[in-house]
Structure formats: C-alpha cells, structure tokens
Ligand binder design. Structure first.
Ligand SMILES: C[S@@+](CC[C@H](N)C(=O)[O-])C[C@H]1O[C@@H](n2cnc3c(N)ncnc32)[C@H](O)[C@@H]1O
Length: 366
C-alpha cells in the first residue's frame, strides 16, 4: 500500500479517487461545561447560535483548516478546528489507514485513506445529522466545518484500483463542450440572460466569475449535458464581461471536487480556471458573480456568511425553511442576504438543465 500511495500521488484530481469519504475522529479539546446532553438541547443551541447571527462559515476558519491540510499531516497527527460555539475540536488524522468492505456479491474492497479535505455542514445539515445519529462522544455536534478523508478504492484480491468515474477522452470532451456551448449560446435562455445583464448589471464592477458544483464534464458514465450547458453559461457570463471592460482584470474560476485533468485542460482552453476546494470560497467577494446548480455542498449558506457577491445565479429561494430534511440552503440567513438583491427569471427556471435557477443582482452597486 505504501507503494501504491507513492505511485498514485495522493489527492490529485485526475486519479481514481473513489466516491467514499471517511469521517475522522473528532473530539472537543475540553468538553464545554454546558455541553448539551440531549439531541433537543443541541438542536436548540444550533438554532440559538444561528439566529444570533453567529457566522457558521468564515474565510478565516476555512483558511486555517486548509493550511493544516496543506501541510500533509501524517497518521495520528492532530488538526484543530473551531465549532460554532467557538470551542476547539481536535481531529485525528487517519491518512494512510485502510478500511475493508465486502459488497453484496462478496467482493472485498480496500479503501486507502488520503489527505484530509474540508467538508461543510449548514445549520439544517447539523440538525439533521443530530436527528438521525444523536449525540455522540466522538463528534462535536456543532462543526459546520469538518474534515474528511477521501479514499482510493482497490479490489482487495487483485489490488487493481476501482475507478467509479471513468473519464472520457480529452478530444471527445473538447468537441462536445464546443458543440453544447455553440448551441446553448443561441438559445432564448442565453440571450435573455445577456439582455438582463446589460440592462440591470452593467454598472456593477465585476472582476470574477465563480462556478461552483457544476459537475465534471469528462465523466464517461452518464449523460453530462447539464454540466456542459452549465459551463457554457459561465462562458456567456465571461463573454459579456469581456465585451464590457478590461480583460486583464477578469478571472473565471470553477470548483468541483469531481473534476479530472481532462476537465481542467478543456475548461482552461475556454478561459475557465479549475481551482480546488476551498479556493473558490476564499476567492468570492463583493465583485464576483457566483453561479451554482444543484450543489451537494451548502453553497448558499457559505456565501451568505462570507460575502455579498454582485450577482448570484442559483436555485430560487422560497419561503419554506426546510430544516430537518437536509434541504440545506433555504434558511432565514440566505433569505436575509437576498433581500438586498433583485431577482430575475431569465428562462432557466423551467429548464431541466438548471433546476429552478434564477439570477439575483445586488441592488446596491458598492
Ligand atoms: C448533484 S451534483 C450537481 C452537478 C451539476 N451541477 C448538475 O446539475 O448536474 C453536485 C455536485 O456538487 C459537487 N460538490 C461537492 N462538494 C463540492 C465543493 N466543496 N465545491 C464545489 N462542488 C462540490 C459534486 O462534486 C457534484 O458535482
């Protein structure tokens, strides 16, 4: 296994990282004297902290956790994060550990744990987790930012790596992206988007476009049309901004842990730079456009805590506060942020490739 680790160069996104992430061992450095004893008490405290305006995410906490991960901690080393109560939580690094699992056909697989990465839990997610897992000694119930180990998956008998997401050849991906983009730019939805931007966003000073969770276009296992089209929308935004001003000051980033080297190369040819988590959160500022569709990371909650981008394009936020069921991003805090924005339906709301997406433009130009 030590050899495999070297050969596959850990955590490089063009490698066969499996879909399995392993939770670490967490414990409070010192258990707070008023630590909740029941699930209800813990849930009430989460709500109390949330409603008091306590940020659940900040660039500072993300940066501190990321810096520790970048140092490539060894197995057994302790990393430190803060939970939402401000208490210090210790995470025991398990990089290099192996876990075995037998599937329903009796085939045994081995998972090799890789360097830790950041993981994000919104208020609803934290409460939901408590609801099904209860209070546990080895886990602070309040970590909105946690660490997880991605893994490589091997067949135990042959030590052959198992690739859950085979990648399509680069040329094919490049051609399909061109075809999808060309077609998409001609659609009413794309034209309506540009029209609205011209009329309502031209006075905003925008220097960055940030696409989040748009999915890898290189996956060979299923139809990736939605991901192609969503990346095409990034190009539409980029072209509009390039037509407006100084190209030297415009960056266009995309973050999705699913990207492989093929995605990176093809997107780069179109001016989209793939960045690795958590870089996108650190880049988002008030002069950004943020675009995300169907993320399985609480994009809205994180953004609402860290910045007021000039424009956000994401699923329409309604009034239901889906708290327990894991619908993570329709919270009061996200709604409060969006009160500063005007909402525009550019025709994507009914388009299956965009999952109820609308555009929010900040009213105040500052
Ligand atoms: C349900 S898929 C949606 C993909 C695509 N937007 C679509 O509509 O088909 C959720 C995506 O969120 C991505 N994701 C998970 N964690 C992320 C993170 N920290 N930053 C960015 N994307 C993330 C996953 O890799 C996955 O591609």
């Amino acid at each position: 296994m030590a050899e495999d680790r070297k050969r596959y160069k850990l955590n490089q996104s063009n490698l066969h990282i499996s879909n399995r992430y392993f939770g670490g061992r967490f414990r409070w450095s010192t258990t707070p004297h008023n630590a909740p004893q029941t699930m209800e008490e813990a849930q009430a405290l989460i709500d109390e902290l949330y409603l008091s305006g306590n940020p659940f995410f900040s660039k500072e906490m993300i940066r501190l956790a990321f810096e520790q991960c970048q140092r490539k901690p060894v197995r057994g080393e302790t990393l430190y994060i803060h939970d939402i109560t401000g208490a210090v939580v210790e995470f025991e690094c398990q990089t290099g550990e192996v876990k075995m699992e037998r599937d329903q056909n009796g085939v045994e697989t081995t998972y090799l744990l890789l360097d830790p990465v950041l993981s994000y839990e919104s208020r609803a997610h934290l409460k939901h987790h408590l609801w099904w897992a209860g209070i546990r000694k080895d886990r602070s119930p309040f970590c909105s930012l946690t660490l997880l180990h991605p893994s490589f998956k091997f067949r135990t008998d042959t030590t052959e790596p198992v690739d859950p997401n085979p990648t399509r050849p680069r040329d094919k991906v490049a051609q399909e992206f061109l075809d999808h983009s060309r077609k998409w730019h001609e659609t009413d939805v794309a034209q309506q988007l540009v029209c609205l931007l011209r009329s309502h966003a031209s006075t905003h000073d925008i220097t960055k476009i940030i696409g989040l969770a748009l999915g890898a276009i290189s996956y060979g296992a299923d139809d990736r049309s939605d991901s192609y089209i969503q990346h095409a929308l990034l190009l539409t935004l980029r072209n509009w901004l390039l037509g407006q001003g100084d190209p030297a000051h415009l960056a266009c980033y995309a973050q999705d842990p699913g990207y492989r080297s093929v995605d990176r190369q093809v997107l780069k040819e179109h001016g989209i730079d793939v960045i690795d988590d958590p870089q996108a959160w650190l880049e988002i500022d008030n002069q950004s456009i943020v675009f995300s569709v169907a993320p399985n990371v609480p994009v809205k909650e994180i953004v609402a805590d860290i910045a007021r981008p000039a424009i956000v394009i994401w699923e329409r936020v309604g009034y239901e506060d889906a708290d327990q069921e894991g619908k993570m991003s329709r919270s009061p805090r996200v709604r409060a942020m969006l009160e500063q924005y005007e909402v525009f339906d550019f025709g994507a709301e009914d388009d299956p490739a965009f999952c109820n997406t609308v555009m929010y433009i900040r009213r105040c130009r500052g």
